[in-house]
Design a binder for this molecule. Structure first.
Ligand code: ATP
Ligand code: MG
Length: 445
């Protein structure tokens, strides 16, 4: 049965009513007859084959009379539940689903093509949901129970999993699975209208000319995806160090060192933070540092690295506008235990950050670059943000999509000189500002 038909025929899926009873009673019988120790020594495919064979015997021995199709469906469902993730299994197989959200046993949502929809699926019981959750987190040697009611982990297959259970969650056990994001090139993102050719051309120049770039956006706006695409433009000769909470970046260059932070173990020990990794990376002779997401005191170390010779570094931050991104970096940097006056942090940001790329997820599911701003201020001056590209959106059209156009503005002289010194042409669409009056400028403190 195809995934679509499974999902669209509620009585056929999950384990409900009469049918569900059959599935769980066979699952229990199956578990009685197999030798678990022997099972664990088998590879996944052999394990499935063995379970199917044993179950086949059980059904022939005592089962109801079933057609061949019914029989193989029953076998598949029982084995799926015994072995895998039950009703989640087909969802995980569906490449068009990017996020699975289980809000207690009765409510399952998925994100597909940027839109969130509820599926007519449910777990047979709270216990079944908990069993599935336990099965998932145990593959990464984690545990979820009263003393560890929250778990965030990455599966060997790349999915990112978050679990939070009662009493912290008031609506049953919550499971959120983010599919391993596919990596896209900037050219592919142009194909999605997330940016256009002129912007691609500009961004390529900025990366090659070693501008420090901050990708800013809210949750799920495509920050990691864009960071990955931008990193793809780093020249082959550079030594790149990537630092992430859960490794998602997929750089293709030869000289890449990948570092991943580590949560504390069950005893609460052994934690390694992004900050520890950023500091360590500075002793590893990086040409470029790529930080998956800045969300704590590492902001300070990263800003220091960016302003002291590791130009061309890239990072993302969770913020809703270019100004907001600067404020957020400042606030996060002030959270480090090193006591640095706020004014000094301001100067640090002025000398470290060169470009902010703002991402937005629109109501129709599209993700786009809504602004590219260059930071054109020094030292203790207020931040001067020069917009060089902006997406001007129109109200939602009759077909439910949001259309609009990208507008371009002239580049500050300083940026043009820097591009020139790095043998990068300034794309014609933007042009060069001859005076401050020609810039699309705004100030922020
Ligand atoms: N430009 C794009 N067009 C279409 N889909 C995209 C685009 N960018 C990202 N996506 C998809 O959106 C989802 C979220 O992307 P991504 O993980 O990059 O977001 P994020 O901002 O890093 O999220 P988080 O805040 O959780 O870290 C992924 O499934 C990804 O494939
Ligand atoms: Mg991300």
């Amino acid at each position: 049965m195809s995934l679509r038909s499974r999902i669209n025929t509620p009585e056929e899926n999950g384990s409900r009513g009469e049918d569900g009873h059959l599935v769980s009673s066979y699952r229990a019988k199956l578990l009685e007859e197999i030798d678990l120790a022997e099972m664990s020594s088998l590879a996944a495919a052999e394990r499935r084959a063995r379970l199917e064979r044993v179950l086949g015997h059980i059904i022939s021995r005592e089962g109801p009379v079933l057609s061949t199709v019914e029989r193989s469906q029953l076998i598949r469902r029982v084995v799926d539940e015994a072995l895998g993730l039950g009703i989640l299994e087909p969802l995980l197989e569906d490449a068009s689903i990017t996020e699975i959200m289980v809000n207690g046993p009765d409510s399952i949502f998925v994100e597909r093509g940027g839109r969130v929809e509820q599926l007519p699926l449910r777990f047979p019981s709270h216990d079944q949901l908990m069993q599935t959750i336990e099965r998932i987190v145990s593959t990464v040697n984690r545990r979820v129970d009263e003393t560890n009611p929250m778990v965030d982990a990455r599966l060997p297959s790349g999915e990112r999993v978050n679990v939070i259970i009662p009493p912290l969650s008031l609506t049953g056990a919550i499971l959120t699975i983010r599919r391993f994001p596919r990596s896209y090139t900037l050219q592919e993102l142009v194909g999605f209208d997330s940016l256009d050719e002129n912007m691609l051309y500009l961004l390529a120049g900025l990366v090659q000319a070693r501008f420090n770039i901050i990708v800013s956006g809210a949750t799920g706006t495509g920050k990691t995806t864009l960071l990955n695409a931008l990193s793809g433009l780093i020249p082959e000769g550079d030594r790149i160090i990537t630092i992430e909470d859960s490794a998602e970046l997929q750089l293709q260059q030869r000289h890449v060192v990948r570092l991943e932070a580590r949560p504390p173990n069950v005893e609460g020990q052994g934690r390694v933070t992004i900050r520890d990794l950023v500091r360590n990376s500075l002793r590893m002779r990086p040409d470029r540092i790529v930080v998956g997401e800045v969300r704590g005191g590492e902001s300070l170390d990263m800003l220091q690295a960016m302003s002291t010779g590791h130009d061309g570094s890239l990072a993302t931050v969770h913020a809703n506008s270019a100004e907001d991104a600067l404020m957020r970096l400042k606030t996060l940097a002030s959270m480090s235990e090193v006591e640095i006056p706020f004014e000094a942090l301001h100067d640090q940001i002025n000398s470290a950050v060169d470009v902010i790329i703002q991402l937005t997820r629109f109501a129709d599911g599209a993700r786009r670059i809504t602004e590219i701003a260059l930071l054109d201020s020094n030292g203790s001056e207020p931040y001067r943000l020069a917009t060089v590209a902006r997406f001007d959106a129109q109200p939602m059209a009759a077909d439910g999509r949001i259309y609009g156009r990208f507008a371009y503005f002239p580049l500050p002289r300083r940026a043009v000189d820097r591009l020139y010194m790095a043998s990068q042409p300034t794309p014609q669409a933007f042009g060069v500002a001859q005076s401050a009056a020609q810039l699309a400028l705004r100030e922020a403190r």
